[in-house]
Design a protein around this ligand. Structure first.
Ligand code: GLC
Length: 446
């Protein structure tokens, strides 16, 4: 069902509240996603936050991005988290021990995995706020880091040169407990010791030690068994010192994730635009790979269900569980108008992706749907922003406007929460969440 923003009188309040959330989470050069629960700097969070900040203070938006680049590894990798340099977070840093890898930076500690490549989008969105000479100077500043990141994605994450990039941990997708990954994890990645905990129901005891469930109810987060499994996979990556060849040799997780590759395609388009603006030629290998990705993406299409899916890297089996990733090829922007129309139909269906407050992270008619469970049902403002952007570019202006209105209404009514129940818009997860605030500002200014 499509919606219209009925509470225009709430707009000034929303703007003030959103500004306050960003000010509250501002740590000088970067913005933490939420106080307490997420104290560090996250990769795609900072990109979304910069997209909102550019509407308030373009210099601050730039510093949000530049502070991300402090964490870039010498091989080009951008880590999903840069840890706060504070004694109280020693445990977080020690869990990862990024210093085990020779490419890790010397002066900051990070994780050893990445997140969706939203950087090029944020760079271009900031550029839109600058006059040409400054825009070019801005592009010039970030261009080498961007090229290095995209080159790293191809070198390390497309090892067979097939065009699609792999992710090696569910956290890399940013959709931490999204069903296709969780299904694979339960099927193949639960070590014996976690199965014993599950059988003996010891997880209720372990729950007591979880930091995330202190501030957010347990039924809005992934289960303790899943949390243990996620950390177990992380530990196995660390044991290989985040060396991709060793990781692949040991048959750890490797999925060509649909949402990640959709975002990557758009990021490549932005990178090409930046290069053209600077009169630079992208390295030839990179240009070839970029063209291959758009072609290879079509292998993720399943004619029978008329949808795209993520794919197992080794077996090339499609992981046929629909999630909000299903709609992200609209954001990628390279699919045909006919395919786009099929995806839009899903968004119009109130039993699927179109309830009162879309876009649910899992369609309502899915076996997996749980309205308040993180990436297994709730609507998220960052995903809505991506879908709105895609709808606009495919010419679905009314759909885009309706989704923008229902998104703003959801936030104006409830506050800048991390995610929302798609049936009635009620809030869930962390309060005062930065990307919700930033993107609400961006949608308001649109
Ligand atoms: C959660 C989200 C992830 C986000 C992080 C920080 O882990 O799933 O996408 O980057 O929180 O907000």
């Amino acid at each position: 069902m499509l919606y219209t923003f009925k509470h225009m009188q709430d707009v000034p309040d929303l703007l003030t509240e959103a500004r306050n959330v960003l000010a509250m989470n501002d740590r000088g050069s970067y913005t933490q996603p939420a106080h307490g629960l997420y104290p560090h700097q996250w990769l795609w969070d900072s990109c979304f936050i910069a997209i909102g900040l550019r509407q308030l203070d373009v210099e601050r938006a730039k510093s949000e991005i530049l502070s991300l680049l402090r964490g870039q590894w010498h091989n080009g990798m951008l880590p999903n988290i840069i840890f706060r340099d504070d004694p109280q977070y020693r445990t977080d840093r020690n869990i990862w021990r990024s210093w085990l890898n020779p490419f890790a930076p010397d002066d900051v500690t990070t994780t050893g995995i990445t997140q969706p490549p939203m950087l090029a989008e944020a760079v271009v969105k900031i550029g839109e706020k600058l006059a040409w000479p400054e825009r070019r100077a801005w592009y010039r500043t970030v261009y080498p880091a961007l090229v290095a990141y995209h080159e790293w994605l191809y070198h390390e994450r497309d090892p067979h040169h097939e065009g699609l990039v792999i992710q090696i941990h569910p956290w890399e997708t940013g959709l931490d407990n999204t069903p296709p990954w969780m299904a694979e994890m339960h099927e193949h990645m639960l070590p014996a010791w976690i199965q014993v905990i599950e059988r003996l129901k010891l997880d209720t005891v372990i729950n007591l030690f979880r930091r995330d469930t202190h501030s957010v109810p347990l039924d809005q987060r992934f289960s303790t068994i899943e949390a243990l499994a996620l950390f177990d996979i992380q530990r196995r990556l660390r044991r290989k010192a985040y060396n991709i060849n060793k990781i692949l040799d040991h048959g750890l997780f490797a999925i060509e994730d649909l949402s990640y590759n959709s975002i990557f395609i758009r990021a490549n388009q932005h990178l090409q635009h930046i290069a053209t603006s600077l009169r630079e030629d992208l390295p030839e290998d990179l240009t070839r790979s970029i063209a291959l990705t758009e072609k290879a993406f079509e292998q993720l299409w399943d004619e029978y269900s008329a949808q795209y899916y993520s794919r197992d890297f080794i077996t090339h089996r499609l992981l046929k569980i629909p999630t909000v990733a299903t709609l992200l090829p609209l954001y990628a922007g390279h699919i045909t108008q006919e395919r786009a129309a099929k995806l839009v139909k899903l968004l119009e269906n109130e039993h699927s992706f179109g309830p009162a407050f879309p876009v649910p992270s899992v369609p309502l008619n899915s076996f997996w749907f749980q309205p308040k469970l993180y990436w297994q049902g709730p609507s998220w403002v960052n995903i809505n922003w991506l879908v709105i952007d895609g709808l606009e570019r495919y010419g679905y202006k009314d759909h885009a406007a309706a989704l923008r209105d229902s998104t703003l209404e959801m936030v104006a009514k409830n506050g800048c929460y991390e995610y929302f129940d798609p049936r009635d818009g009620s809030p869930a997860g962390a309060a005062n969440f930065s990307w919700t605030a930033a993107l609400a500002i961006d949608l308001l200014r649109h």
